[in-house]
Design a protein around this ligand. Structure first.
Ligand code: SF4
Length: 320
């Protein structure tokens, strides 16, 4: 049985996922050659790490153990994770620490804004842990962060990757009304697998959230992502694509699920780069403005370049 310890170790080391401790171990599969990435060592990577540490901010890049960190951080593209490093959900795919989070840090929005300015980001992605413990799910804090970025880095475009605000009334509207340039909420997997992969979430609630964004503010780009390799069928993935298009989703990302530890959901299989290319072709034919599908695609991977393409695709569509 593997024990999950805080990756930072030391005397404060503690279980990252207490709810998973009693689970049976699942085997870790050897990754295929197209998944392997180099250890991050570049100067840009180290500079980004220092900026994040100095500002006492958290990134999903580190907390989720993202394989693209070397590439992204070399270009100073870090995805900041607000509202702490502890999530109130217990998804079986995610390596973010779970448990009862600390109180919100009222100074965090200012530090996020200043950090975005310092990094010189043309396009920034902000995500968060789930905060089911807060009456508004953290909606007002998200808005404070968006405003702080607008103040400190007015030229940066803003993409938010939000929780689902399940059972939080109209809290999502507060975030939509902050008018981020891109509103991203990941469906993550097909509905049949929700109970085992995203047990605290509801597929149709997440889908409806994306639809609500479009209804409330059609000018906002909507974006959603899927992990594959969890045991879903091709037909199920295509059904999710159709559901997303019905909800008006503009941009779809599809990437390979990677198992963080033996206590997390097992990889069912590694899809080949050709299979990702086939998904991309199918999704484009269904009318998404933009599709990114590759083994290492993640929600925020190449988000800046993709945003430019998204805008260009909309302009081209409007011109037709
Ligand atoms: S893909 Fe996203 S989460 Fe991963 S390192 Fe890049 S910015 Fe961070």
């Amino acid at each position: 049985m593997a024990t999950l310890l805080d990756s930072k170790g030391g005397p404060e080391a503690r279980s990252r996922h207490p709810e998973k401790q009693e689970r049976e171990d699942t085997p870790l599969q050897r990754k295929p050659p197209w998944i392997r990435v180099k250890a991050p060592t570049s100067e840009g990577y180290l500079e980004t790490r220092q900026i994040v540490r100095d500002a006492k901010l958290v990134t999903v890049c580190e907390e989720a153990g993202c394989p693209n960190i070397g590439e992204c951080w070399t270009k100073k593209h870090a995805t900041l994770m607000i509202m702490g490093d502890t999530c109130t959900r217990a998804c079986s795919f995610c390596n973010v620490r779970t448990g009862m989070p600390a109180a919100l840090d009222a100074d965090e929005p200012r530090r996020v804004g200043e950090t975005v300015a310092k990094m010189g980001l043309g396009h920034v992605v902000i995500t968060s842990v789930d905060r089911d413990d807060l009456a508004d799910g953290g909606a007002e804090h998200f808005v404070a962060v968006v405003r702080a970025i607008r103040m400190s880095a007015p030229k940066s475009t803003i993409e938010i990757l939000t929780p689902d605000f399940l059972r939080k009334g109209n809290a999502a509207n507060i975030v939509i009304d902050a008018k981020p340039d891109v509103f991203n909420h990941n469906l993550e997997t097909v509905p049949r697998l929700y109970l085992s992969i995203r047990p605290g979430s509801r597929y149709y609630h997440s889908l409806r959230l994306l639809e609500r964004v479009k209804e409330r503010d059609p000018s906002q780009f909507t974006k959603s992502g899927l992990m594959v390799g969890l045991g879903e069928s091709k037909q199920e993935v295509m059904q999710v694509m159709d559901d997303m298009r019905s909800a008006g989703v503009d941009f779809l990302t599809i990437g390979q699920y990677l198992q963080p530890t033996r206590k997390h959901a097992a990889v069912d299989r590694f899809l080949t780069p050709d299979e990702f290319a086939a998904y991309e072709t199918i999704a484009r034919s269904k009318g998404f403005l933009l599709v990114s599908a590759s083994p290492l695609t993640r929600s925020s991977y190449h988000a800046d370049e993709d945003f430019s393409q998204l805008r260009a695709a909309r302009e081209a569509q409007l011109a037709r």
